[in-house]
Ligand binder design. Sequence first.
Ligand code: UDP
Length: 464
Amino acid sequence: MRQRRGHAIMVAFPFQGHITPYMNLAMKLASKGFLVTFVHLEFIHHKLLSSLSEPDPFTMARKSGLDIRYTTISDGFPIDHDRVDDKYWEFMLLNFWIRVDEFVGKLIRSSDPDLVPFLVTDTLFTWQTAVAEKHNLLKVSFWTEPALVFSLAYHVQLLRENGHFPCKDHVEEEINYVDGVKSVNTKDLMPYLKECRSRTLVHKVQMKAFDEVKKADFILHNTVYELESGILSALNKIQPNYAVGPISFSRNLPASVTRTLWSESDCSVWLRSKPPGSVLYISFGSSLQDSKQIVGEIAYGLLLSKVSFVWVVREDADLPSSFRDEITERGLVVPWCNQIKVLSDPAVGGFLTHCGWNSVLESMWCGVPMICHPLDYDQPTNRKLVVDDWKVGINLCEGGCVEREEVCEKMDGFMNGGVSERLRKEMKKVREKLHDALENDGSSEANFEQFVKDLKAKLAANAE
Ligand code: UDP
């Protein structure tokens, strides 16, 4: 009997750190013969337009034969609505599914009846089950953070039974009872699991998302099996989990897709004038505003230090007024750049990062050791992996408070001293694991193949 073709319906979660890996997942699915309908929210499409990018990232991919369609849907709010308020996310949590449901219904009705549609959603979207049940669709959930973070959030009931959820704010205890997780101190838990954050919307979204993911047919992780094998094997005993990362560096795709929400400043000419390994790259990611205190202390720390640096600082950030004049040719301050290109530049020898998962993966892919200063979400837990487990980074501040003298001391020591030699040695091993995973016979490639096989079998059974 002829096998009917699968049709992946993908609605992108509207944050930079989620968009890039998700676009690459779309490409990978299309390269395995699936039809993909990729959807951006309209306001993201407009942001992409204004950052001078061509918003449809798949033009080249289509030219090389992949079947990826691009479209947009509205979230029901005006394009210029300020989407950082709780009201917006309350709506997304409770009512956005109705808009997706309408879209999916129309798409299925107008599609070739020979296609078998299924949903591929970001784990943090909370509408997957409602829409899938209504249209009898299989559900693939895509997790864009490390498996450790997934496992802790997945096991909140167990954390609750052990008195660690919601976790008292200043308690420091070891969590060593989650299958596959060796040990995590409660100080390294994601802040949304802490008592002081238990009434926040981020907490609600995460809790709902982890209720939903338990009903997913398949779970994909943007991590590498060799880095988190114990956790992934333990999760696999409960549901089918596949480590397929770092997906944004996948080989064998006909075109690369990078689309960022802001225009990129070119740092290459400036970097060319610097000796190899001499520049510290500094970025705190896309979604959190760096606090005025942190920006100030880092700026003064940089002025006291001798390191050369590229610093991604939003135009509206509060830099000390004399900073730009005083740094002269030692530093370059840009509002946004092509991070992977900067990290790949031979002049760059270190990365001061907030430990967003994409930044961590990109740094490890390029073999650049990190100075870590996590701010929120999964970042404190990611820091634990980078500094304590994999030993490819150090903490910016040991006491929690960022102070200029310590910033200066850490940066100078890191860029010039023996610390970075030790980190570089460990980094070489980790980098190798990432690169090996994406070789043709590597674990992430094999896992993706296995996922495609399992998915096709289940789609066929479901379509009967
Ligand atoms: N990024 C970039 N240019 C910049 C700063 C960041 O392209 O100037 C990209 C970076 O490569 C990464 C993403 O933005 O892919 C940030 O994701 P991450 O998970 O590190 O942090 P988030 O922004 O989600 O906090």
